[in-house]
Design a protein. Structure first.
Ligand SMILES: Cc1cc2nc3c(=O)[nH]c(=O)nc-3n(C[C@H](O)[C@H](O)[C@H](O)COP(=O)(O)O)c2cc1C
Length: 407
């Protein structure tokens, strides 16, 4: 019974003479994780008249030492003068303020202090005291700084990568036909729209002599850097094909070219890449287009008499199987006929309902713009594909290469 009375003194008083609630408040203030301080604003230099144990734990300064001192002793040279001014101004104008300030503990260790200052007024409204609450936010600050630094590094890496991609895209563009060969007999036109910085598509028109022109469109599986590397390699491969001294007309023959490419670019487990291709030679003398199709979408032929043909030919993409058995196809043309080679990005462009642009629409567009110059016709088709895909954007590279037999 004795013990119980000692632990639980009668309401209204105790041995120290303080009322219970006051004791409880003092205990509560002392167990708080934050530092809590009170400065008397009526005394010269606004000294602390109270500091809790949390303040002692945070700063390492004994309570006896801090009482009677202005709390600026926590500031070293590291404290930001603008922040100190902000505190000074708030105290002068009697406002609340919260700042984050670098302070030092008794043994010189830096810590970030989130300091909140609130005025206490007497019944007449005059400020008599300020209460300060100090929280150690060093860990949060460090984490913030680390995140900021990581973001900065990421931005640098991003900029570098963007620069590299732009440089690579310029190289890739430089491999496209610079000056499309034009003659009295045949007109060529092409458009190329990568869906990323770099494309897996490539195309070209190369005059073999005055009467024969090699054309190709290539679409490497996937897109982005990986596809672009192979597409650039293939552009070089083709330019070697047409420039190599040991080459004869037979070495440009469509089926042979496709077979050679298939041998040289077999897909393996490391590089799971293959490509579709349409490659052919337009002979304006014989008015024949001899070509090979390796998994590329059907040719569209817009005839001079206002009909269109969709010429689909089966054929494996290059690199997919060891013995694709490519066969040369023959297309006989009459003056005014137009032939459209393109990559599947054209017909697979999707509108907001995920419907494909489709071969029929492409054929209809080719017909619709038949009276326009070939360049304008190709432009109009590209425009129509773009607007079809505009709600979702192009999801694949888009290439169109067209030619028109003129006489
Ligand atoms: C109650 C109270 C607590 C304070 N606690 C801190 C503190 O923890 N750290 C600090 O850098 N400044 C603290 N200050 C601010 C400084 O005591 C001082 O007001 C500030 O440096 C601006 O005044 P000065 O320009 O005269 O130094 C506190 C101020 C008050 C009134």
């Amino acid at each position: 019974m004795e013990d119980q009375r000692q632990e639980d003194p009668p309401a209204g008083g105790n041995d120290s003479g303080k009322p219970d609630l006051l004791l409880l408040k003092e205990r509560a203030l002392n167990v708080a994780a934050e530092g809590i301080t009170i400065a008397d604003m009526r005394l010269p230099d606004q000294p602390l008249i109270y500091a809790n144990e949390g303040f002692e734990r945070l700063t390492g300064y004994p309570i006896d030492y801090v009482l009677g001192k202005n709390c600026r002793f926590l500031q070293g040279e590291d404290a930001d003068p603008a922040t100190v001014k902000k505190i000074r101004d708030a105290l002068k104008s009697g406002n609340e303020c919260t700042v984050e300030i670098l302070n030092r503990t008794k043994n010189g260790k830096l810590f970030w202090n989130r300091l909140s200052l609130t005025p206490i007024r007497d019944p007449s409204g005059a400020i008599t005291h300020y209460i300060g609450v100090q929280s150690d936010i060093t860990a949060t600050k460090r984490a913030e700084e680390a995140t900021q630094e990581a973001n900065r590094q990421l931005e640098i890496a991003n900029r570098r990568m963007k620069r590299n991609l732009e440089a690579a895209a310029r190289i890739q563009k430089s491999l496209l036909p610079v000056k499309t060969p034009q003659s009295e007999d045949v007109r060529f036109s092409w458009l190329f729209q990568p869906c990323d910085e770099l494309a897996g598509d490539t195309l070209n028109v190369i005059p073999l002599d005055e009467k024969r022109f090699a054309v190709y469109t290539v679409d490497v599986s996937g897109h982005g850097v990986r596809a672009a590397l192979l597409s650039v390699t293939l552009s070089h491969w083709f330019s070697q094909l047409f420039q190599g001294p040991e080459r004869t007309a037979a070495s440009f023959a469509p089926a042979e070219v496709a077979e050679e490419l298939n041998r040289g670019f077999q897909m393996n487990t490391e590089n799971a890449q293959y490509f579709t291709m349409c490659y052919g030679i337009m002979d304006v003398e014989s008015r024949e287009f001899r070509y090979v199709k390796a998994g590329s979408p059907p040719l569209i032929v817009a005839r001079h008499n206002g009909t269109t043909e969709v010429v689909a030919v089966d054929g494996y993409p290059v690199g997919l199987v060891e013995q694709p058995g490519y066969e040369e196809q023959l297309l006989k043309l009459t003056p005014g006929d137009r032939v459209f080679l393109y990559t599947d990005g054209v017909v697979e462009a999707e509108d907001e309902k995920e419907s494909n642009y489709g071969t029929d629409r492409l054929a209809a567009e080719a017909l619709c713009h038949r009276e326009q110059a070939l360049d304008d016709c190709v432009n109009a088709i590209m425009q129509s594909v773009r607007s079809w895909a505009s709600p979702r954007g192009l999801l694949d590279d888009v290439s169109i290469l067209a030619f028109e037999l003129r006489r």
